[in-house]
Design a protein around this ligand. Structure first.
Ligand code: PLP
Length: 450
């Protein structure tokens, strides 16, 4: 039946056939509660009870230009009316995919001029690895396969990307056999206690050097990193971290891949963060989410001319691609989304509005249960602690993140609980009044649970 049993507070209490993603399925079964979002406009969404809620997580770090923008909806419709679908396999292409690839080459830093499309961040990251393995095979270095990631990273939900995310995933493999190695998490507050940030950076550099020494650079394909870790709890690395890691990698012929699935398209005040925020031009950038502001599923793996030159040389058959790589409707959404961002100077505006948001959230540090407020612009995380002096964490059964998210939702704000952390990654179109209201709701919600 399509009749959903929606009762109190816009919450769906009936059993459904939908398996939720990244959910505590047991808790859901017992509580039976799901929030049903039925509509959206600008910085808000509406639930099935008619409650207007500030979309404090921008869909899922992705609705950067705000909901229901007419320009993007019209572009998707016009595209479907002209060409609903054709693939980008073999020698076929279509104007929307070609135009978007050209636009991305123009926006991406350095010589990152070649674009392969996918349909999710996970796939963009898998594609980066497939390309690098192919690249080293063609260079006669088939042993160069290992991927260096970091504890705390999030790179996706497919087999390989979840292994790059979760160290325990490859359990049963010996450390030597594993395709993935996790370096130390660059989180100064938790991992570098008793050290200055500069001292902690030296520890992180040494960890990378030791790892390269242990395995041998001839077995390592790449270093894979989000400029700011997102789903791992919004972790900003120490000042100069990416430049330092990049230099060590370059000295050992290890490619540098930045996972900009979250940090690109305005969230940190720039189209891409790698160069403009962190001062490096990586060998590959992966992106998704804000690329279409979530209006269509689309991702891109953007590679350097040098990598492309190698994989497209004589006999360069490339066995990779998904049916929907560069889907016309998704490419049209991407083009319209970027045009909107440029016309309204959204990344530039975020440099002011995002800083206001960050500043107000940092003031929440005054609460006893707030251990650390971290992040940048419209990518923020609040970590809650049982004891501020020792940073002792809440126990999982305290469900502190969930309780806070519920308090916020009662007051008209969606925030994302992640264990003891609350994530805020709203649309980038919030005005000052809405930013202030969001911070005030968080303030009241924290006061309500302590
Ligand atoms: N990389 C990062 C940094 C992400 O935050 C995410 C998703 O949140 C992914 C990759 C995976 O993207 P998707 O869920 O579209 O596969």
């Amino acid at each position: 039946s399509l009749d959903l049993d929606i009762t109190t507070d816009g919450v769906l209490t009936a059993d459904t056939h939908l398996v939720q993603s990244w959910a505590d399925l047991d808790f859901l079964k017992q509580s039976g509660q799901r929030t049903v979002i039925v509509g959206a406009e600008g910085a808000y969404v509406r639930d099935s009870e008619g409650n207007q809620l500030i979309d404090g997580i921008g869909g899922l770090w992705c609705v950067n230009v705000g909901h229901r923008r007419r320009e993007i909806i019209d572009a998707i419709t016009a595209q479907l009316e002209t060409l609903d679908f054709y693939s980008t396999f073999y020698n076929f292409t279509h104007p929307a995919a070609a135009a978007l690839a050209t636009k991305l080459a123009d926006l991406a830093p350095g010589t990152l001029n070649k674009v392969h499309f996918g349909n999710s961040g996970s796939v963009a990251n898998e594609t980066a690895i497939r390309i690098l393995h192919h690249y080293y095979n063609r260079l006669g270095q088939p042993r160069k396969r290992r991927i260096l990631c970091r504890h705390g990273a999030y790179h996706g939900s497919t087999h390989l990307t979840v292994a790059m995310t979760t160290p325990g995933y490859s359990q049963g493999w010996s450390r030597e056999d594993s395709l993935v190695h996790h370096l130390r998490c660059p989180h100064h507050w938790r991992e570098g206690q008793g050290m200055t940030e500069a001292e902690f950076l030296e520890v992180l550099k040494q960890d990378l050097r030791d790892t390269i020494q242990h395995y041998g650079a001839e077995t390592i394909a790449c270093f894979f990193a989000e400029p700011i870790m997102g789903a791992g709890g919004v972790i900003v690395p120490p000042e100069g971290y990416h430049q330092a890691m990049f230099e060590i990698c370059r000295d050992h012929d290890i490619k540098y891949v930045t996972d900009e699935v979250v940090t690109s398209f305005g969230r940190l005040g720039h189209m891409f963060a790698s160069e403009d925020v962190f001062g490096i031009v990586p060998d590959i950038i992966t992106t998704a989410k804000g690329l279409t502001s979530g209006y269509q599923p689309l991702s891109a793996t953007i590679l350097s001319d040098e990598i492309h030159e190698v994989i497209s040389g004589p006999g360069g058959m490339f066995f990779h691609g998904m049916t929907y790589s560069g889907h016309p409707a998704a490419a049209a959404a991407g083009l319209a989304n970027i045009a909107l961002m440029e016309a309204e100077q959204i990344p530039q505006r975020v440099r002011t509005t995002g800083k206001r948001f960050e500043g107000l959230l940092r003031q929440l540090d005054r609460h006893d249960i707030v251990g650390e407020v971290r992040g940048s612009h419209f990518m923020m995380g609040l970590e809650f602690v049982k004891d501020k002096a020792t940073a002792a964490p809440f126990a999982p059964e305290d469900r502190i993140g969930l309780r806070l998210a519920r308090e916020a939702q009662k007051r008209g704000l969606i925030a994302r609980p992640l264990g003891n952390i609350l994530i805020l990654s709203p649309t980038l179109v919030m005005d000052e009044a809405l930013i202030d209201r969001t911070a005030a709701i968080l303030d009241d919600s924290i006061a309500a649970v302590q």
